[in-house]
Design a protein around this ligand. Structure first.
Ligand code: SF4
Ligand code: SF4
Ligand code: FES
Length: 330
């Protein structure tokens, strides 16, 4: 039987951008009950140990998105997360940190300006000319509504954004929450600026093609929105509406499909020559040598007009699956 309470140490990040030169960690020990949430523990630090401890919270019901933090490196919504569940996972010392240490204003409070600015760029609202004296409401069918139902659950907590490794290294990258919003309003039949959003999210460096598909955003989302799925849908919409830019990333996606259709296998050499050109292949000669030794490519791989990959058995089955996946609404 699980105990009703457990002694826990909270190793807590502390920093005041106005007065501290460097951040530090303070330890707080407390007995944690089985029904307590991480937010209850933050409250207890403030109320029982140190009134200067700072964090954001408002609704306490997973609605306002204010209380996103990291516990042992895992993105968490403090008011939704049971504390002893994390003790079971990580042990009796919990590391309490803000979503992004480099943006800290005070303790758990970070400056989310980059998040809000990027969100605003995708026009996260239904953009249309509204008749000031409408004679009837603008209805949505259930099918239309279902297209964006889950992405509409976003509470802008920023957990996915600050868990994303590309956001960390590329200040232009719009990030998973902005892409989720771009998708949500682009597929809304009442909206009129979908093409503008698709063009914006198609750009290299800032757009969806710079996603490295690590799935961190899906793990981090407390609303189970799965932003990477919306990123994939934006890829498809860009191709469907003819706004996908011709660049390494889009050619890589096309090259992948090309090999699968032709052989049922990924043609590693063809995908490089197709996406980067024959000159671009020289950059990868070292990797190619390793792949050759490992039997992943053959000596004639990548040479034009030579089929370098053996065809899979039942290739027609793979081709049928590709066709279905392209015609079915995903
Ligand atoms: S899957 Fe893409 S958007 Fe999501 S965290 Fe990884 S790089 Fe960022
Ligand atoms: S997609 Fe999920 S994790 Fe990202 S901001 Fe919205 S609710 Fe938070
Ligand atoms: S306090 Fe509002 S989502 Fe946690």
């Amino acid at each position: 039987m699980k105990p009703d309470s457990v002694k826990v140490t909270l190793k807590t990040f502390r920093f005041n951008a106005e007065t501290d030169y460097l951040p530090y960690y303070k330890h707080y020990e407390m007995k944690v009950g089985k029904d307590e949430l991480i937010l209850d523990l933050l409250n207890r630090i403030k109320w029982e140990h140190d009134g200067s401890f700072s964090y954001r919270r408002s609704c306490r019901h997973g609605i306002c998105g204010a209380c996103g933090i990291k516990v042992n490196g895992r993105a968490t919504l403090a008011c939704k997360q049971n504390a002893l569940e994390l003790v079971e996972l990580f042990g009796n010392e919990l590391l309490i940190e803000p979503q992004s240490k480099k943006r800290v204003v005070k303790d758990m409070i970070i400056d989310k300006k980059d998040f809000w600015d990027k969100h605003a760029k995708v026009k996260p609202y239904v953009a249309t000319d509204i008749d000031p004296h409408p004679e009837h409401e603008t209805k949505q069918s259930i099918e239309e509504f279902n297209k964006f139902l889950d992405s509409d659950l976003c509470i802008q907590c920023g957990n996915c954004h600050y868990a994303c490794p590309v956001v960390e290294v590329n200040e232009n990258y719009l990030g998973p929450a902005a892409f989720n919003a771009a998708y949500r309003f682009t597929v809304d039949t009442r909206d009129e600026v979908g093409e503008e959003r698709l063009k914006l999210t198609a750009q290299m460096e800032s757009g969806v093609w710079d996603c490295v598909k690590c799935f961190e955003c899906a793990e981090a989302c407390p609303k189970e929105i799965n932003p990477i799925e919306k990123i994939t849908k934006l890829h498809n919409l860009q191709f469907e509406q003819g706004v996908a830019e011709r660049n390494i990333a889009t050619r890589h996606a096309e090259g992948f499909l090309r090999g699968m259709k032709k052989y049922g296998y990924l043609d590693e050499a063809d995908i490089v020559s197709y996406s980067e050109g024959y000159l671009g292949m020289y950059k990868h000669l070292k990797t190619a040598a390793k792949m050759l030794r490992a039997g992943k490519i053959h000596w004639h791989s990548g040479i034009p007009f030579i089929n370098s990959v053996p065809k899979i058995k039942n290739l027609n089955e793979v081709q049928k699956l590709i066709k279905i996946s392209q015609t079915n609404k995903l």
